[in-house]
Write a protein that binds this ligand. Sequence first.
Ligand code: SAM
Ligand code: 2KA
Ligand code: SF4
Ligand code: MG
Length: 260
Amino acid sequence: MPVANDAPGVDIEGTDADAETGDLPINELFQSLQGEGRLAGVPSVFVRTSGCNLRCWFCDSYHTSWEPTHNWVTVDDVLAAIEEYDAGHVVLTGGEPLIHDASADLLERLADRGYHTTVETNGTVVPNAPIDLASVSPKLASSTPTAERDPDGDGEWADRHEERRLDLPTLAELVETYDTQLKFVVTGREDMAEIERLVERLRDAASTRVRDDDVLLMPEGQTRDQLEATRTEVADLALEYGYRYTPRLHVDLWNDAPGT
Ligand SMILES: C[S@@+](CC[C@H](N)C(=O)[O-])C[C@H]1O[C@@H](n2cnc3c(N)ncnc32)[C@H](O)[C@@H]1O
Ligand SMILES: Nc1nc2[nH]cc(C(=O)O)c2c(=O)[nH]1
Ligand code: SF4
Ligand SMILES: [Mg+2]
């Protein structure tokens, strides 16, 4: 691979084609440097599934959420494509990779082969699978696709997004089960009260410790120009609140090019 992006857009909501076939809807598969979080800079193979249970207005992977595009690929073929690269780290992302049952199968088989796995997830689903780093990005109120912000229509997804975006018991279970980083997309100072409240509630709900070091603030921005406008403010907020800042190294290096 890379997997061609020429499959017709299919809205995965409400279908169980993956459960029946055990295949994964693959949007792209490529090697790059991990651009975000604790492992930023580490060469990794990225497996991007298509389909999401949320619709963030700012989603930088539009063709996995608002307009899902993919080829159905067997887990065997995904593994073979990964093995073509000389990499020890695999990042499973999307879309929301954990809405697909076959993601658990892929993660099991990657663990058997000795790969380090990171899963990029919105934190609304707990898988039954081994994960080395759960990179959980809970979605804040500022992500909701209101009519004014909807990239695709008139706010049709706003209510569903709002209902689904935060699930405290699920977040607590993820934190208890996996080595977890909480990676918040920050649009500005207005997001901080919600982050503080959520971290506090999670600390009350989870039996394992959530350290300030596990909380990462990531500036919102799909392009270099957009990041330029948010990153200094977000870095200052990280300093002020004692959380970590994470860059979006891939955007700095390659802007919004696909396959990076
Ligand atoms: C496309 S998402 C896929 C995984 C999962 N659905 C999630 O949201 O965590 C991958 C990462 O990109 C982040 N992201 C998406 N759009 C972004 C944007 N415009 N600016 C900054 N981060 C963004 C998400 O929060 C997540 O951490
Ligand atoms: N280089 C690079 N690093 C990333 N880390 C998380 C990504 C994602 O889309 O989940 C991502 C991505 O798309 N590219
Ligand atoms: S949850 Fe992730 S993939 Fe889904 S719309 Fe939001 S950023 Fe995009
Ligand atoms: Mg990305």
